[in-house]
Write a protein that binds this ligand. Structure first.
Ligand code: NDP
Ligand code: 8X3
Length: 253
């Protein structure tokens, strides 16, 4: 491990995009704090990258836990150059009038508040060192409305705009901000979580089409973060070729 190696902090590293991002960064020589709630899965990732991955049990919704965990990182992992705010979820696809308020709370608390807490805890160190990069994982759902997207899409619109506003606040500090906004991506737990563990319904989302995969997202994060320090990629929106836009709905009586 080089003493000049970069250090990253990845949230939601136990599955999906977060695991792929962690593995890709670690394989490329970046030390990674891999955080999530399921420590067993994090331990498996860490075991595959000896000395490069520090597993960290963390629920991003817990503000004081986020602050305490980041303040207590071991020295080799303490100076974070790259924060990847990836932890997040969609719960439910019901129309707003039928949706479960607990699901809405969980999405807001994770996708918005958790991302805020991690960013706020890690940014001062980046600013003090005059370098750093925050990569936030948004979604096409933050820009393109769809039936049942209600609060999930709204949380990702927050992620998009918060990212752009961060760029304004960080003007002149050398700290970069990128929002990565994927469309349909398989090979993760996203749809199983959305549908309350109904694997059959989750698998049906990707039947007969080729979605993006977690490695495509890891590639985008890796690319944006490996560009020269004077280059800031503001937004990356990516979709599978099999996904595109449809017309407005018109209700006729
Ligand atoms: P996964 O469900 O596979 O991964 C979600 C990750 O978030 C898990 O590692 C989970 O870990 C973690 N997580 C959830 N809640 C918390 C919490 N409270 N505290 C800490 N970690 C938490 O889905 P994806 O990899 O697909 O999703 C990753 C991100 O990408 C999400 O923000 C999602 O909204 C976004 N996205 C996904 C798309 C897709 O089609 N798959 C498309 C566009 C965006 P654990 O449960 O162990 O805590
Ligand atoms: C996940 C992509 O289209 O299922 O953010 O909302 S989508």
């Amino acid at each position: 491990m080089s003493p000049m190696a970069m250090t990253a902090f990845v949230t939601g590293a136990s599955t999906g995009f977060g695991t792929a991002i962690t593995r890709r960064l670690a394989a490329g020589g970046t030390r990674v704090v891999a955080s999530a709630r399921r420590t067993g899965l994090l331990a498996e990732v860490a075991a595959d990258h000896p000395g490069m991955v520090h597993p960290l049990e963390l629920d991003v919704r817990d503000r004081s836990a986020v602050e305490d965990a980041i303040a207590a990182l071991p020295a080799a992992f303490a100076d974070i150059d790259l924060l990847v705010n990836n932890a997040g979820l969609a719960k439910g696809l019901e129309p707003a009038q039928d949706a479960d308020l607990d699901d809405w709370d969980q999405m807001l608390d994770t996708n918005c508040r958790g991302l805020m807490y991690c960013t706020r805890a890690i940014l001062p160190g980046m600013v003090a060192r005059g370098r750093g990069h925050v990569v936030n994982v948004g979604s096409v759902a933050g820009t393109h409305p769809y039936p049942g997207g209600n609060v999930y899409g709204a949380t990702k619109a927050f992620v998009h705009q918060f990212s752009q506003n961060l760029r304004s606040d960080l003007h002149g500090t050398g700290v970069r901000v990128t929002c990565v906004e994927p469309g349909m991506c398989g090979g993760t737990e996203f749809s199983a979580v959305r549908f309350g563990g109904d694997r059959e319904r989750a698998d049906a989302v990707y039947t007969g089409m080729r979605p993006l995969g977690p490695d495509d997202i890891a590639e985008a994060v890796s690319w944006a973060s490996s560009l020269p320090a004077h280059v800031n990629i503001n937004v990356i929106e990516l979709m599978p070729v099999a996904q595109s836009f449809a017309a407005f709905q018109v209700h006729r009586s």
